[in-house]
Structures are given as C-alpha cells and as structure tokens.
Design a protein around this ligand. Sequence first.
Ligand code: ATP
Ligand code: MG
Length: 384
Amino acid sequence: MEIFPLDIATGGAFCNRTQEIARLSSNIESTTHTLITAPRRMGKTSLVIETLSRIATPKLIPVHLDLMLTSSPTSIQQYILKAVGEAISQISPIASKLNIAGQQLKKALLSLRPQIEITDDGFKIKLEATKPPVESISDALNGLDALAHKHGYRVVFYMDEFQQLAEMDENETLEGAIRHAAQHAKATAFIFTGSNRHMLSLMFDDSARPLYHLCDRIVIERIDAEAYATYLQKQAKKRWKKPISDASIAAIMTCTQQHPYYVNVLCRHLWRENTPPSEKKAITAWSQYVQYERGRIVSDLGKLTNNQRELFILIALAPTSQPYTEQYLSQTTFPRGSVRNTLNRLEALDLVIRDKAGIYRLQDPAIESYIRQKQQGSTLIHTE
Ligand SMILES: Nc1ncnc2c1ncn2[C@@H]1O[C@H](COP(=O)(O)OP(=O)(O)OP(=O)(O)O)[C@@H](O)[C@H]1O
Ligand SMILES: [Mg+2]
C-alpha cells in the first residue's frame, strides 16, 4: 500500500481527522445529511471513504457518485439511475426472493420500468427513464429509500463535486428534486462534497434556493501539526527503523503548510531515500518540487487580471489580517476602490483563503513558495 498516496488516502495512509469522522458517522447513523466543504485536495473524498470503511452500521449500502464528468440533466439522470439500480441489487431479500421483489420494485419504481438483468455474478437492476430527468431522479431516489427502509437497510448517497449541478440547465429543479428526496428520506443519508466553496455556498446558503438549510456542515481544514508529527514518526520508524528529527518534521510542516496533498507529495519523495531526511534535505526537495510545478503556476497566474495578480502576489509575499489598510496597499498601484472586489474574486476562485486566525493567505502553498523564491532570486544570469 502507498503510504503517501496522491489520490484517496484510507486505512494506514489516513492521518487524524478524528472529530470529523465521529461527526460524519453520527450524521450517517441519524440520517442527517451533511455538506463537506474545503478547497481542492484538502481531503474531502478521503474523509468520506475512510468514515464509510470504519462505520459499523449493519446493512449499510454506500453509493458514491462523482459528478465531475456530468454536464447535463440527462447525464446526471443516467448516472443516478445506474447508482440506484446498483444499490437496490444490494438489498439481499430482493436477491433471494426475486419474484416478490419484482412486484415490489415495480411498485416502488413505477415510472422507471425496472428490469432485472441476470449476470454471471448475480444480477443487475436497470432503470429506464420514461419521464424527464428531474422526475425520474426523484422517483429513483424515493424508490431506493422506500425499499431500503422496508427491508431494514440504510443507504449513504454520496455526491462528490456537487457544484457541477449548479452549472447545468434546470439546476434549480434538479436541486428541488434532491431536496425533496432528502427531506422525505427515512433510510438514506445524503453527503454532498465539492471544492468550489463559492458555488456550494450559493446552492446551500441562499434562502431562495431549494437546498437551503438542508445539511449539517463540516468544513475541513489542514491537518493538525501535532497529529502529523506523531503520524510521520510512525511512518519513519516503519521505513527506516529510526526516528526522523523534530527539525525535519517542522520543515515539512512549514514548506507544505500542513496541506495534506502537498505533505504527501513531499513525503513520498523523502521516504524513497535510504535514511531519514535532514531539515536541509526536506527544504531542498520542496524547493525543487516547486520549480518543477512552474508550468502550472505560470498558467494559473496568467488567468488573473492585472489587479488580481498584483494583489495575489502581495498576499503571497505578505499574508495579512488587514488587507484594506493604506500601509498594506501602499505596495500596490491599483485603484483603492477596487480592492474589496478584487479580494472577493480571489476568494471566490479559492486562490486566497482566510485562515482560522483571520489571516488572508494563498490557498496553495506551492504557489506561495514559488512566488517567494522568485522574489528572493537574483535577476542575473550566471555563466560559468
Ligand atoms: N486524513 C488524511 N491523511 C493523509 N493524507 C490525506 C488525508 N486526507 C487527504 N489526504 C491526501 O490529500 C490529498 C487529497 O485528498 P482527497 O482526494 O481526499 O481530497 P479532496 O478534497 O477530495 O480533493 P479534490 O478537491 O481534488 O476532490 C491526497 O493526496 C490524499 O492522499
Ligand atoms: Mg475529492
């Protein structure tokens, strides 16, 4: 098993987040719906998958839909119908008593013409959309919930990258269908995650939108430095049979700013060495990685307007809790009147965040390091 994965972290690769796991588990058990928000690559999907793997609820059917690649109501309709069909196939009394179940399915999913397809390793339930997307989605989710409830099952319906829905035609009717299913659910806990917090906030915090006040909300942050220190010591002993120095751990934490994705990027590199890294080695490896990312960083910076780029660079070099003071802004050239809008836009794009201490800083520690390195570097070309 990869101990510092670049994709979903579970089991031995999963560090801390004890409180979040406890809260999400208790929500699932009490059929409370949950919205999890965090910037990109902060660990949303890992948190849900790890919680589901630890949870001991009997007869639980976890469904995971990643909406990343869906772009129209019809594509989301097909995806949800497939998921509901697969989830129903997990309800074993249905498998053992197909005949009676066939009638039940027909009743619960009337508009969806349920068909049972027998496959080599069991069977599949296929649903056909005979109504427009919104109605079929509603029928499918309500039908799944009714069947699960009848047979004493629980369902977790996890929709990842949920902000995609807001971009589609008829988004509010789709949101309405999901609200309806969630509000009437007896056996289904919905989990929504997504990295575009601005868009999710428009969907869930606006009293005029259907999903308003539907969910308990978990916001995940960077992983606590102490928890990381214990975890990295454990991984060091496993790898080298000796400890890693506190100074090296501190350097890893400072470079990556405890961002789970970047901790994994740096550590998977350092853990390939034959001995525990020194502090200097950790800093050099990070600095090389940041240079290696130059293409992506330059392309991200290129998408900003001049004003946005100027403020973004200033915040990278000097994170601040008071971005509107004249002293701070005296380092920039753009009109003072536009600062608030520019900063709001950078926050909406998730490029700048306001941390727990109220400090505005860049969301991405690699970009911050890159800008600082550039600022400190010499402009001379050194020829030997
Ligand atoms: N609790 C954790 N312990 C260790 N590593 C973690 C943890 N959570 C996440 N990671 C690591 O952080 C990175 C991002 O994780 P994940 O894909 O779960 O985040 P995400 O917020 O769903 O990302 P995206 O916004 O891309 O969907 C991965 O490299 C993963 O291995
Ligand atoms: Mg994810």
